[in-house]
Design a protein around this ligand. Structure first.
Ligand code: IPE
Ligand code: IPE
Ligand code: MG
Length: 256
C-alpha cells in the first residue's frame, strides 16, 4: 500500500484493495457530490430529519479527507438548493444552524491541510450569520493549494445561468457574436474551474435536481443507494475505481 494511506486504511481491507486498483495518473480532477438521503436515514431510525443532517457531517469529513489524500483538485458538495426553501421552516432553520456550527469548527482543518473553501450559490439569500462565518473561512483559506472545496449553498443551476446572463449584460461590452461558450462560462460561479469529471449522488435518486446544469454537460454519473450519513471512504473509492473503467467519448467515437 502507498505510504500516505498507512494508518488511514487497514492493510488487507476493501479500502486498501480499491486503492491498489486506482490509477493515480488518471484521477478525476473535479468530483461533485449530491449529498442526499439524510431524511430517509433518520426516518429509518425513528429520529427527526435533522438528526440525519447532523449525522451527515461525518460523511463530509471522510470525503474531504479521502479526496485530499487522493490529490483531487476540486470537490463540490451540494448542501442546500434554492428549492430546499420549500421545506418546513424548522428543518430549514436547524439546517442553517448546523451549517453555521460546521463552518465555525472548520478553520483549523482547512488551514492545517492547505485546503481552500469557496461558496457557490446565491449569497444574498444565505442567512447573515452563516454567510459571515463562511466568508471569513473563504478569506482565511484563500491560499489553500492542496484542494478546493466548493460548497454549493442556496444553489440552483438555472438561477446560476440567469445570473451569468445578467452579469454578462451589465459588465461586458460584447457583441452577440463575440459571446462563445468559454466567455459565457466566465460569468458562472465557477470561472477557471474545470467541469466536474464525476458526479456522485447518494440515496439512489436518478436525477440531477438542478445541480451544475451547465458544468455537467459531459460529467460521468455514479449513483449509489447508500444514504449520505452512511457514505464512507470505501464508497468514494468505489466511485473512483468505477469512473476509471469508463470510456469518456465527449461525442467522439472512442478507442474501440
Ligand atoms: C439531503 O438529504 C440534504 C439536503 C437536501 C439538505 P434530504 O434531506 O434530501 O434527505 P431525503 O432525500 O429526504 O432522504
Ligand atoms: C438535492 O437533494 C439537494 C441537496 C442535496 C442539497 P434534494 O433532496 O433537495 O433533491 P430532490 O428534491 O429529491 O430532487
Ligand atoms: Mg433528498
Amino acid at each position: 500500500m502507498r505510504p500516505e494511506w498507512e494508518g488511514i486504511v487497514e492493510l488487507g481491507s476493501r479500502e486498501a484493495d480499491l486503492i491498489d486498483q486506482i490509477d493515480f495518473n488518471r484521477l478525476p480532477q473535479h468530483v461533485a457530490i449530491i449529498m442526499d438521503g439524510n431524511g430517509r436515514w433518520a426516518r429509518q431510525r425513528n429520529l427527526p430529519r435533522i438528526e440525519g443532517h447532523r449525522a451527515g457531517a461525518k460523511s463530509v469529513q471522510e470525503v474531504v479527507e479521502t479526496a485530499a489524500r487522493l490529490r483531487i483538485s476540486y470537490l463540490t458538495l451540494f448542501a442546500f438548493s434554492k428549492e430546499n426553501w420549500k421545506r418546513p421552516k424548522q428543518e430549514i432553520n436547524t439546517l442553517w444552524h448546523l451549517l453555521e456550527e460546521y463552518a465555525r469548527s472548520r478553520e483549523n482543518v482547512l488551514l492545517k491541510n492547505d485546503l481552500r473553501l469557496k461558496v457557490i450559490g446565491e449569497r444574498e439569500g444565505i442567512p447573515q450569520r452563516v454567510r459571515r462565518e463562511l466568508e471569513k473561512l473563504e478569506r482565511l483559506s484563500a491560499d489553500g493549494q492542496r484542494m478546493t472545496i466548493l460548497l454549493a449553498l442556496n444553489y440552483g443551476g438555472r438561477a446560476e445561468i440567469v445570473q451569468a446572463c445578467r452579469k454578462l449584460l451589465s459588465q461586458a461590452e460584447l457583441k452577440p457574436d463575440e459571446i462563445d461558450e468559454n466567455t459565457f462560462a466566465q460569468y458562472l460561479y465557477t470561472p477557471g474551474i474545470p467541469d466536474p469529471d464525476l458526479l456522485i449522488r447518494t440515496s439512489g435518486e436518478l436525477r440531477i435536481s438542478n445541480f451544475l446544469l451547465w458544468q455537467m454537460a459531459y460529467t460521468e454519473f455514479w449513483i449509489t443507494p447508500v444514504l449520505w450519513p452512511d457514505f464512507r471512504k470505501v464508497h468514494f473509492l468505489e466511485a473512483i475505481v468505477d469512473y476509471q473503467r469508463r470510456e469518456r467519448r465527449f461525442g467522439g467515437i472512442g478507442s474501440n
